[in-house]
Design a protein around this ligand. Structure first.
Ligand SMILES: NC(=[NH2+])NCCC[C@H](N)C(=O)O
Length: 318
């Protein structure tokens, strides 16, 4: 199982996700070339308390039905921003948003439908990037593993691995302890990853599970892996045995000024599709310049110029 790309619904798909997409795809291609069966998993962040906020905001903005919302959301990132602003500034709205989470988690139709349409809008945007990069992925988002969390935690509790700490439930072993149930009783990123690991080992029968994210998540994965070893799901690290789990961490993408590159700056959003457009148009300009210089330009059709600048531009990004 190769877990890569994995952006978050309704949030920006940032350059770090592009890097994960490209490294993950490269690894997948190497394994596939060696005739190893690869499950290319897009572990999208499609669950969590932020959906209460988004859905409530959607309902209040479009009280006359979800139909209109589909088109009106349009730019999901600014929709997210507006919802977040209201959430932070308006305590009444915050309360309603928290109610909405409960109703979503209870599976009320109207809430599920709104959640689904928000996910679909994001998915369409992600797909534009995957298509351009020629990367294939199969989505199994965080929400997929939700039903497995309680029984997985029950198993870990039965093995004596989960303890109480300041109202939360945690797995000790590495420092800091891994929080698996929040103080409010909710599950989190770690509980989802434990359930996903359990599923990949027991249902998908994975021999090797590889996660590709930036190094910022190294500690998270090592804590999850160590919990899995304590539970006896994975063999001892020192033995080169299967099944195994690995984190492929890459460095942060830096901007020209050497600081962490953000696709969304305060003065406006830089979308990843725009980044790809830019790569293509810069290589087209260079191509035309050089072909003109060496007198070859007349021999090239527009289509050849287009295809070549795409290959060079996207290739450069990759
Ligand atoms: N199984 C995982 N945790 N995979 C990586 C998920 C990455 C996460 N959605 C992020 O954007 O940072």
């Amino acid at each position: 199982v190769l877990d890569f790309s994995s952006p978050n619904i309704a949030k920006e798909m940032h350059v770090g996700h592009i890097r994960s997409t490209i490294i993950g795809d490269t690894l997948a291609r190497i394994f596939e070339f060696a005739n190893i069966e690869v499950l290319r998993r897009n572990h999208v962040g499609d669950w969590g308390t932020q959906f209460g906020m988004l859905i409530q905001f959607l309902f209040e903005k479009f009280p006359n039905g979800e139909e209109a919302a589909n088109q009106a959301i349009g730019d999901l990132q600014s929709f997210y921003r507006d919802a977040k602003k209201k959430f932070d500034e308006n305590p009444d709205f915050k309360g309603r948003a928290q109610q909405a989470v409960v109703r979503l988690q209870r599976g009320e139709d109207r809430y599920l439908a709104a959640w689904k349409s928000i996910c679909q809008i994001s998915r369409n945007e992600f797909d534009l990037v995957y298509k351009r990069l020629n990367v294939e992925l199969e989505e199994k988002g965080e929400s997929f593993y939700n039903p497995y969390i309680p029984r997985v935690l029950e198993e870990l509790t039965g093995k004596g691995l989960i303890t109480e700490s300041k109202g939360a439930r945690v797995i000790e072993g590495r420092k800091p302890p891994l929080i698996v149930v929040k103080r409010d009783g909710g599950f989190n990123y770690a509980s989802t990853d434990l359930a996903a690991l359990w599923y990949r080992l027991n249902v998908e029968m994975a021999e090797w599970i590889i996660y590709v994210t930036d190094v910022g998540q190294q500690q998270h994965f090592h804590s999850v892996f160590s919990a899995a070893r304590m539970a006896g799901w994975l063999p001892d690290q020192k033995e080169e045995k299967y099944p195994k789990a690995s984190h492929v961490g890459f460095g942060f993408v830096l901007g020209a000024d050497g600081s962490r590159f953000r696709t969304r700056s305060s003065d406006g959003a830089v979308r990843l599709v725009d980044l790809l457009d830019e790569a293509k148009s810069q290589s087209l300009a260079q191509l035309i310049k050089r072909l003109t210089e060496n007198g070859q330009i007349a021999k090239w059709t527009d289509e050849e110029l287009d295809k070549t600048s795409e290959a060079i531009g996207y290739g450069a990004v990759k």
